[in-house]
Ligand binder design. Structure first.
Ligand code: TYM
Length: 329
Protein backbone atom coordinates (compact mmCIF):
# COMPACT_ATOMS: atom_id res chain seq x y z
CA UNK A 1 0.00 0.00 0.00
CA UNK A 2 1.23 3.48 -0.91
CA UNK A 3 0.89 6.59 1.19
CA UNK A 4 -0.37 9.41 -1.00
CA UNK A 5 -0.29 13.14 -0.29
CA UNK A 6 -1.83 15.70 -2.61
CA UNK A 7 -2.42 19.40 -2.14
CA UNK A 8 -3.48 22.61 -3.77
CA UNK A 9 -2.81 26.21 -2.90
CA UNK A 10 -5.92 27.99 -1.69
CA UNK A 11 -5.80 30.73 -4.29
CA UNK A 12 -8.35 30.99 -7.09
CA UNK A 13 -10.64 28.22 -8.22
CA UNK A 14 -9.98 24.77 -9.60
CA UNK A 15 -9.18 24.73 -13.31
CA UNK A 16 -8.89 21.94 -15.84
CA UNK A 17 -5.11 21.80 -15.31
CA UNK A 18 -5.57 21.08 -11.59
CA UNK A 19 -8.17 18.45 -12.39
CA UNK A 20 -6.26 16.50 -15.02
CA UNK A 21 -2.84 17.08 -13.49
CA UNK A 22 -3.66 16.10 -9.91
CA UNK A 23 -7.28 15.47 -8.86
CA UNK A 24 -8.04 12.73 -11.36
CA UNK A 25 -5.12 10.64 -10.18
CA UNK A 26 -5.99 11.18 -6.56
CA UNK A 27 -9.57 10.03 -7.21
CA UNK A 28 -8.27 6.78 -8.64
CA UNK A 29 -6.01 6.14 -5.68
CA UNK A 30 -8.21 7.13 -2.78
CA UNK A 31 -9.93 3.79 -2.35
CA UNK A 32 -6.84 1.63 -2.47
CA UNK A 33 -4.18 3.56 -0.63
CA UNK A 34 -3.58 5.60 2.49
CA UNK A 35 -4.50 9.00 1.08
CA UNK A 36 -4.17 12.54 2.40
CA UNK A 37 -5.60 15.49 0.64
CA UNK A 38 -5.17 19.04 1.89
CA UNK A 39 -5.65 22.72 1.08
CA UNK A 40 -2.33 24.58 1.33
CA UNK A 41 -3.48 27.80 2.96
CA UNK A 42 -0.11 28.58 4.58
CA UNK A 43 1.39 28.49 1.11
CA UNK A 44 -1.13 31.05 -0.11
CA UNK A 45 0.25 33.62 2.37
CA UNK A 46 3.23 34.13 0.08
CA UNK A 47 0.95 36.37 -2.00
CA UNK A 48 -0.65 38.19 0.99
CA UNK A 49 -4.40 37.51 0.72
CA UNK A 50 -6.75 39.44 3.04
CA UNK A 51 -8.23 37.42 5.94
CA UNK A 52 -11.66 37.40 4.29
CA UNK A 53 -10.22 36.25 0.96
CA UNK A 54 -8.17 33.56 2.60
CA UNK A 55 -11.15 32.06 4.37
CA UNK A 56 -13.48 32.23 1.38
CA UNK A 57 -10.89 30.67 -0.92
CA UNK A 58 -10.39 27.73 1.40
CA UNK A 59 -14.14 27.12 1.63
CA UNK A 60 -14.55 27.44 -2.12
CA UNK A 61 -11.68 25.19 -3.15
CA UNK A 62 -12.54 22.57 -0.55
CA UNK A 63 -16.12 22.47 -1.86
CA UNK A 64 -14.86 22.06 -5.41
CA UNK A 65 -12.54 19.22 -4.48
CA UNK A 66 -15.27 17.38 -2.64
CA UNK A 67 -17.57 17.98 -5.61
CA UNK A 68 -15.03 16.26 -7.87
CA UNK A 69 -15.52 13.10 -5.83
CA UNK A 70 -12.86 13.12 -3.13
CA UNK A 71 -14.37 10.97 -0.42
CA UNK A 72 -13.65 12.28 3.09
CA UNK A 73 -14.67 8.94 4.57
CA UNK A 74 -11.81 7.15 2.82
CA UNK A 75 -9.25 9.87 2.28
CA UNK A 76 -8.07 12.22 5.00
CA UNK A 77 -9.20 15.67 3.84
CA UNK A 78 -7.80 18.59 5.82
CA UNK A 79 -6.65 22.19 5.89
CA UNK A 80 -2.88 22.70 6.18
CA UNK A 81 -3.19 25.32 8.95
CA UNK A 82 -5.19 22.87 11.09
CA UNK A 83 -2.07 20.73 11.42
CA UNK A 84 0.54 22.87 13.22
CA UNK A 85 2.98 19.93 13.32
CA UNK A 86 3.83 20.70 9.72
CA UNK A 87 5.22 24.12 10.67
CA UNK A 88 7.57 22.57 13.19
CA UNK A 89 8.90 20.09 10.66
CA UNK A 90 9.23 23.00 8.20
CA UNK A 91 11.39 24.87 10.72
CA UNK A 92 13.56 21.84 11.32
CA UNK A 93 14.00 21.13 7.61
CA UNK A 94 14.90 24.77 7.00
CA UNK A 95 18.08 24.25 9.01
CA UNK A 96 19.28 21.84 6.34
CA UNK A 97 18.02 23.71 3.28
CA UNK A 98 20.59 25.93 1.61
CA UNK A 99 20.11 29.40 0.17
CA UNK A 100 21.86 28.43 -3.06
CA UNK A 101 19.57 25.55 -3.90
CA UNK A 102 16.48 27.54 -2.93
CA UNK A 103 17.32 30.58 -5.05
CA UNK A 104 18.03 28.30 -8.03
CA UNK A 105 14.50 26.83 -8.01
CA UNK A 106 12.58 27.67 -11.18
CA UNK A 107 9.37 28.59 -9.35
CA UNK A 108 11.27 30.99 -7.08
CA UNK A 109 12.94 32.68 -10.04
CA UNK A 110 9.53 32.99 -11.69
CA UNK A 111 8.07 34.63 -8.57
CA UNK A 112 10.94 37.07 -8.38
CA UNK A 113 10.08 38.09 -11.93
CA UNK A 114 6.30 38.17 -11.36
CA UNK A 115 6.07 39.82 -7.96
CA UNK A 116 9.31 41.84 -7.60
CA UNK A 117 7.76 43.96 -4.84
CA UNK A 118 7.06 40.99 -2.62
CA UNK A 119 10.01 38.60 -2.69
CA UNK A 120 9.49 37.29 0.84
CA UNK A 121 11.31 34.50 2.68
CA UNK A 122 8.16 32.36 2.48
CA UNK A 123 8.57 32.26 -1.29
CA UNK A 124 12.19 31.22 -0.95
CA UNK A 125 11.35 28.37 1.41
CA UNK A 126 8.15 27.35 -0.38
CA UNK A 127 9.66 23.99 -1.42
CA UNK A 128 10.69 23.29 2.19
CA UNK A 129 7.13 23.71 3.44
CA UNK A 130 5.94 21.54 0.58
CA UNK A 131 8.46 18.86 1.52
CA UNK A 132 7.24 19.02 5.12
CA UNK A 133 3.63 18.56 3.92
CA UNK A 134 4.63 15.43 2.10
CA UNK A 135 7.17 13.69 4.29
CA UNK A 136 5.35 14.33 7.56
CA UNK A 137 3.01 11.52 6.48
CA UNK A 138 5.90 9.48 5.04
CA UNK A 139 4.31 9.68 1.61
CA UNK A 140 5.56 7.52 -1.23
CA UNK A 141 3.44 8.95 -4.08
CA UNK A 142 2.40 12.51 -4.86
CA UNK A 143 -0.13 13.00 -7.67
CA UNK A 144 0.83 16.33 -9.28
CA UNK A 145 1.15 17.97 -12.66
CA UNK A 146 4.41 18.44 -14.51
CA UNK A 147 4.96 21.92 -13.06
CA UNK A 148 5.59 20.39 -9.62
CA UNK A 149 8.33 18.02 -10.77
CA UNK A 150 11.14 20.18 -9.45
CA UNK A 151 9.44 20.67 -6.07
CA UNK A 152 9.21 16.90 -5.75
CA UNK A 153 12.88 16.59 -6.58
CA UNK A 154 13.60 19.01 -3.72
CA UNK A 155 11.34 16.99 -1.42
CA UNK A 156 13.34 13.86 -2.15
CA UNK A 157 16.55 15.73 -1.56
CA UNK A 158 15.43 17.04 1.84
CA UNK A 159 14.18 13.61 2.89
CA UNK A 160 17.42 11.96 1.82
CA UNK A 161 19.50 14.63 3.50
CA UNK A 162 17.72 14.14 6.81
CA UNK A 163 18.15 10.36 6.62
CA UNK A 164 21.86 10.66 5.79
CA UNK A 165 22.59 13.38 8.30
CA UNK A 166 21.21 11.39 11.19
CA UNK A 167 22.00 7.92 9.86
CA UNK A 168 18.36 6.84 9.88
CA UNK A 169 15.88 5.47 7.40
CA UNK A 170 12.93 7.55 8.50
CA UNK A 171 11.59 9.20 5.35
CA UNK A 172 10.85 7.40 2.09
CA UNK A 173 11.70 9.33 -1.07
CA UNK A 174 8.34 10.20 -2.63
CA UNK A 175 7.81 10.39 -6.37
CA UNK A 176 5.53 12.57 -8.45
CA UNK A 177 2.81 10.37 -9.79
CA UNK A 178 0.50 10.02 -12.75
CA UNK A 179 -1.41 6.93 -13.85
CA UNK A 180 -0.56 7.59 -17.46
CA UNK A 181 3.15 7.28 -16.53
CA UNK A 182 4.02 10.76 -17.74
CA UNK A 183 3.24 13.86 -15.73
CA UNK A 184 0.61 16.03 -17.34
CA UNK A 185 0.82 19.63 -18.47
CA UNK A 186 -2.53 21.05 -19.56
CA UNK A 187 -1.92 24.07 -21.78
CA UNK A 188 -3.78 27.38 -21.72
CA UNK A 189 -6.04 28.70 -24.47
CA UNK A 190 -3.82 31.65 -25.25
CA UNK A 191 -1.47 29.61 -27.35
CA UNK A 192 1.41 29.57 -24.91
CA UNK A 193 2.54 27.68 -21.84
CA UNK A 194 0.50 25.94 -19.19
CA UNK A 195 -2.99 26.63 -17.95
CA UNK A 196 -2.71 28.47 -14.65
CA UNK A 197 -4.44 30.79 -12.25
CA UNK A 198 -1.77 33.44 -12.46
CA UNK A 199 -1.45 33.06 -16.23
CA UNK A 200 -5.03 34.33 -16.69
CA UNK A 201 -5.76 31.69 -19.32
CA UNK A 202 -7.63 29.09 -17.28
CA UNK A 203 -10.93 27.28 -17.78
CA UNK A 204 -12.42 26.88 -14.32
CA UNK A 205 -14.65 24.04 -13.22
CA UNK A 206 -17.06 26.67 -11.90
CA UNK A 207 -17.20 28.77 -15.08
CA UNK A 208 -20.82 29.02 -16.26
CA UNK A 209 -21.55 27.66 -19.77
CA UNK A 210 -21.59 31.06 -21.46
CA UNK A 211 -18.16 31.89 -20.02
CA UNK A 212 -16.74 28.56 -21.20
CA UNK A 213 -18.15 29.12 -24.69
CA UNK A 214 -16.69 32.60 -24.82
CA UNK A 215 -13.24 31.52 -23.61
CA UNK A 216 -13.04 28.55 -25.96
CA UNK A 217 -14.25 30.48 -28.99
CA UNK A 218 -11.57 33.10 -28.30
CA UNK A 219 -8.79 30.50 -28.05
CA UNK A 220 -5.79 31.28 -30.23
CA UNK A 221 -5.40 29.15 -33.40
CA UNK A 222 -3.74 29.79 -36.75
CA UNK A 223 -4.93 30.31 -40.31
CA UNK A 224 -5.41 26.58 -40.82
CA UNK A 225 -3.40 23.80 -42.51
CA UNK A 226 -2.79 24.31 -46.21
CA UNK A 227 -1.65 20.77 -46.96
CA UNK A 228 -2.21 17.26 -45.67
CA UNK A 229 -0.40 16.11 -42.51
CA UNK A 230 1.02 19.54 -41.90
CA UNK A 231 2.79 19.93 -38.59
CA UNK A 232 0.63 21.65 -35.97
CA UNK A 233 1.41 25.08 -34.60
CA UNK A 234 1.71 25.36 -30.81
CA UNK A 235 -1.74 26.95 -30.22
CA UNK A 236 -3.51 24.32 -32.30
CA UNK A 237 -1.60 21.52 -30.61
CA UNK A 238 -2.81 22.97 -27.29
CA UNK A 239 -6.42 22.86 -28.42
CA UNK A 240 -6.01 19.21 -29.36
CA UNK A 241 -4.35 18.43 -26.01
CA UNK A 242 -7.35 19.82 -24.16
CA UNK A 243 -9.74 17.96 -26.43
CA UNK A 244 -7.86 14.75 -25.81
CA UNK A 245 -8.50 14.84 -22.06
CA UNK A 246 -12.06 16.11 -22.18
CA UNK A 247 -13.79 14.72 -25.30
CA UNK A 248 -14.43 11.14 -26.39
CA UNK A 249 -11.71 9.41 -28.43
CA UNK A 250 -14.11 9.39 -31.42
CA UNK A 251 -14.49 13.16 -31.30
CA UNK A 252 -10.76 13.69 -30.88
CA UNK A 253 -9.94 11.33 -33.77
CA UNK A 254 -12.54 12.95 -35.99
CA UNK A 255 -11.00 16.43 -35.65
CA UNK A 256 -7.48 15.06 -35.91
CA UNK A 257 -8.42 13.41 -39.18
CA UNK A 258 -9.99 16.62 -40.44
CA UNK A 259 -6.80 18.45 -39.54
CA UNK A 260 -4.62 15.91 -41.28
CA UNK A 261 -6.77 16.14 -44.39
CA UNK A 262 -6.44 19.94 -44.19
CA UNK A 263 -10.23 20.21 -44.01
CA UNK A 264 -10.63 21.31 -40.42
CA UNK A 265 -12.76 24.27 -39.41
CA UNK A 266 -11.48 25.49 -36.07
CA UNK A 267 -14.86 27.08 -35.33
CA UNK A 268 -16.53 23.64 -35.42
CA UNK A 269 -13.83 22.13 -33.28
CA UNK A 270 -14.14 24.89 -30.68
CA UNK A 271 -17.94 24.58 -30.55
CA UNK A 272 -17.64 20.86 -29.89
CA UNK A 273 -14.88 21.35 -27.33
CA UNK A 274 -16.89 23.99 -25.44
CA UNK A 275 -19.94 21.71 -25.23
CA UNK A 276 -17.81 18.79 -24.03
CA UNK A 277 -16.21 20.95 -21.33
CA UNK A 278 -19.66 22.15 -20.23
CA UNK A 279 -20.93 18.58 -20.05
CA UNK A 280 -17.94 17.63 -17.89
CA UNK A 281 -17.96 20.63 -15.55
CA UNK A 282 -21.71 21.31 -15.07
CA UNK A 283 -22.38 18.55 -12.48
CA UNK A 284 -19.22 19.48 -10.54
CA UNK A 285 -20.22 23.13 -10.52
CA UNK A 286 -23.72 22.40 -9.20
CA UNK A 287 -22.46 20.03 -6.56
CA UNK A 288 -19.72 22.46 -5.42
CA UNK A 289 -22.34 25.14 -4.91
CA UNK A 290 -24.45 22.81 -2.74
CA UNK A 291 -21.46 21.78 -0.65
CA UNK A 292 -20.24 25.35 -0.26
CA UNK A 293 -23.52 26.31 1.37
CA UNK A 294 -23.50 23.35 3.74
CA UNK A 295 -21.39 24.71 6.58
CA UNK A 296 -22.27 21.87 8.95
CA UNK A 297 -20.99 19.29 6.46
CA UNK A 298 -17.79 21.23 5.73
CA UNK A 299 -17.12 21.68 9.43
CA UNK A 300 -17.52 17.94 10.00
CA UNK A 301 -15.19 17.09 7.11
CA UNK A 302 -12.36 19.37 8.21
CA UNK A 303 -12.63 18.47 11.89
CA UNK A 304 -12.46 14.79 11.15
CA UNK A 305 -9.65 15.38 8.63
CA UNK A 306 -7.61 17.51 11.03
CA UNK A 307 -7.84 14.84 13.69
CA UNK A 308 -6.64 12.07 11.39
CA UNK A 309 -3.92 14.22 9.83
CA UNK A 310 -2.60 15.35 13.22
CA UNK A 311 -2.43 11.81 14.45
CA UNK A 312 -0.23 10.84 11.51
CA UNK A 313 1.83 14.06 11.60
CA UNK A 314 2.50 14.06 15.33
CA UNK A 315 3.69 10.45 15.25
CA UNK A 316 6.34 11.39 12.68
CA UNK A 317 7.26 14.58 14.50
CA UNK A 318 7.83 12.66 17.73
CA UNK A 319 10.34 10.46 15.90
CA UNK A 320 12.01 13.46 14.26
CA UNK A 321 12.45 15.29 17.56
CA UNK A 322 13.91 12.23 19.21
CA UNK A 323 16.32 11.64 16.29
CA UNK A 324 17.52 15.26 16.32
CA UNK A 325 18.14 15.09 20.02
CA UNK A 326 15.20 16.85 21.62
CA UNK A 327 14.68 14.54 24.54
CA UNK A 328 13.02 14.82 27.94
CA UNK A 329 15.35 15.12 30.96
P1 TYM B 1 -1.11 24.35 -7.39
O1 TYM B 1 -2.11 24.87 -6.41
O2 TYM B 1 -0.46 25.32 -8.29
O3 TYM B 1 -1.76 23.25 -8.29
C1 TYM B 1 -2.42 22.10 -7.74
C2 TYM B 1 -2.14 20.90 -8.62
O4 TYM B 1 -2.57 21.14 -9.95
C3 TYM B 1 -1.49 20.85 -10.84
N1 TYM B 1 -1.56 21.75 -12.02
C4 TYM B 1 -1.48 21.32 -13.29
N2 TYM B 1 -1.34 20.10 -13.82
C5 TYM B 1 -1.31 20.00 -15.17
N3 TYM B 1 -1.43 21.06 -16.01
C6 TYM B 1 -1.56 22.33 -15.53
N4 TYM B 1 -1.69 23.35 -16.36
C7 TYM B 1 -1.59 22.49 -14.10
N5 TYM B 1 -1.70 23.58 -13.29
C8 TYM B 1 -1.67 23.10 -12.02
C9 TYM B 1 -0.24 21.08 -10.05
O5 TYM B 1 0.84 20.35 -10.59
C10 TYM B 1 -0.65 20.56 -8.69
O6 TYM B 1 -0.51 19.17 -8.64
N6 TYM B 1 2.88 23.66 -4.53
C11 TYM B 1 1.59 23.10 -4.89
C12 TYM B 1 0.66 22.90 -3.70
C13 TYM B 1 1.23 22.03 -2.65
C14 TYM B 1 1.37 20.61 -2.73
C15 TYM B 1 1.95 20.22 -1.48
C16 TYM B 1 1.07 19.66 -3.69
C17 TYM B 1 1.70 22.43 -1.43
N7 TYM B 1 2.12 21.34 -0.75
C18 TYM B 1 2.22 18.89 -1.21
C19 TYM B 1 1.34 18.32 -3.40
C20 TYM B 1 1.91 17.94 -2.17
C21 TYM B 1 0.93 24.06 -5.84
O7 TYM B 1 1.19 25.24 -5.83
O8 TYM B 1 -0.02 23.49 -6.62
Amino acid sequence: METVVSGIRSTGNLHLGNYFGAVKNFLKMQHEHRCFFFIADYHSLTTHPTPANLHESVRQILSEYLACGIDPETATVFIQSDVPEVTELYLLLNMNAYIGELTRTTSFKEKVRNQPDNVNAGLLTYPVLMAADIIIHKATKVPVGKDQEQNLEMTRRFARRFNTMYGVDLFPEPTAYNFGQQLVKIPGLDGSGKMGKSEGNALYLTDPPEVIRKKVMRAVTDSGPTRENQEMSEPVKNLFTIMQVISTPDTYNHFLEMYNKAQIRYGDMKKQLAEDIIRFTAPIRTRAEEIRNDSAYLRRVVQQGAEKARESASATLREVREIIGFKPF
